[in-house]
Design a protein around this ligand. Structure first.
Ligand code: CP
Length: 318
């Protein structure tokens, strides 16, 4: 594997899942693979799980790790070409990226949507510049439109907990006080559409995701109807995608907060969320603390998805 930014990069999901479960049995099996190899993790945005789990994954594989928080101690980077750099950004990303590539073998990048320009975000301008100019294999630690390490961990978790070969999985929008990117729901939809699960997306009108991610999923505007008979509830907030509303909050309707009321009509569904989660906005205390909540094992699987991805990138290093 030369890069990892979307579901297509991982190839056959059955093979990827087998690899994940093999690594879960013995996470140090490939500890020699990364000897004398260096992972550089670049963060344009904050992180808890991605940072820790990816660093742990690299350690599982025997790699050295360098972490750089761009906003804490690095030069502020200009990301657009053609700008007269007379402002507060002393370095251009087009020099910074190849320099970063000199010090490592693999680069992980976290760069969220900025919500200033939908085209800039949806063209994945930042991570694509790393792919183009670093000279190194690049993987996404959440980019503007996708969060594939999270989605892979979500898939591993569903496979571990499902009680039927073809579970009903519902991705539901839930309220949040700040505008959040569509990366997690886009990516989750992309990965669920690559399985044969019964996949439903529920959200209020106006929160339609980019059709390229919705694919053949069923879209429901009635949350209770969507939850009926569900085996997994995956909650997430996102801001509007469409047209002039891009990046805006259109609803704060707390009727959409996942509570025991909605969970009661499911097939005793498991509750999932990528975390961090705002309690009693996205989900009530009762639901997230219930035995059906699998948010912690889901987060734990981030180490497994990252180990598989790094292993594959290491195997393909020249
Ligand atoms: N789920 C996730 O990516 O968590 P962090 O933002 O804390 O890395």
């Amino acid at each position: 594997m030369k890069k990892f930014t979307c579901v297509q990069d991982i190839g056959d999901l059955k093979i990827a899942l087998d690899e994940a479960f093999e690594i879960k049995k013995d996470r140090f099996k490939y500890v020699e693979l990364g000897r004398n190899k260096t992972l550089l993790m670049i963060f344009f945005n904050s992180s808890l799980r991605t940072r820790l789990s990816t660093q742990k994954a690299a350690t599982n594989l025997g790699m050295n790790v360098i972490v750089l928080d761009i906003n804490q101690g690095a030069w502020k980077l200009e990301t657009e070409r053609g700008v007269i750099m007379d402002g507060d950004k002393p370095e251009h990303i087009l020099e910074a990226i190849p320099v970063m590539g000199c010090y490592c073998d693999i680069i992980g990048v976290r760069a969220f949507a900025q919500f200033e320009n939908r085209e800039f975000d949806y063209q994945e301008t930042i991570i694509n510049q790393f792919i183009k100019y670093s000279g190194r294999p690049v993987f996404s630690m959440e980019a503007a439109t996708r969060h594939p390490l999270q989605s892979f961990a979500d898939l591993i978790t569903i496979e571990e907990y499902k009680k039927t070969p073809r579970p009903k999985v519902v991705l539901t929008w839930a309220p949040h006080p700040k505008a959040l990117p569509q990366a997690v729901p886009n990516s989750f939809a992309e990965w669920m559409n690559a399985t044969d699960y019964d996949f439903v997306i529920a959200h209020p009108k106006g929160y339609e995701l980019d059709p390229q991610f919705v694919g053949d999923a069923k879209v429901e505007y009635d949350q209770m109807k969507a939850f009926e008979g569900a085996d997994f509830i995956y909650a997430k907030n996102w801001a509007a995608y469409s047209g002039h509303n891009y990046g805006k909050i259109l609803s704060a309707d707390r009727e959409w907060t996942v509570s025991e009321r909605q969970m009661a009509v499911t097939n005793n569904a498991y509750f999932m969320h990528c975390l961090p989660v705002r309690r009693n906005m996205i989900v009530t205390d009762e639901v997230i603390e219930s035995p059906q909540s699998i948010v912690i094992p889901e987060a734990a699987n981030r180490e497994i998805s990252a180990t598989v991805v790094l292993k594959r990138l290491l195997e393909d290093l020249k």
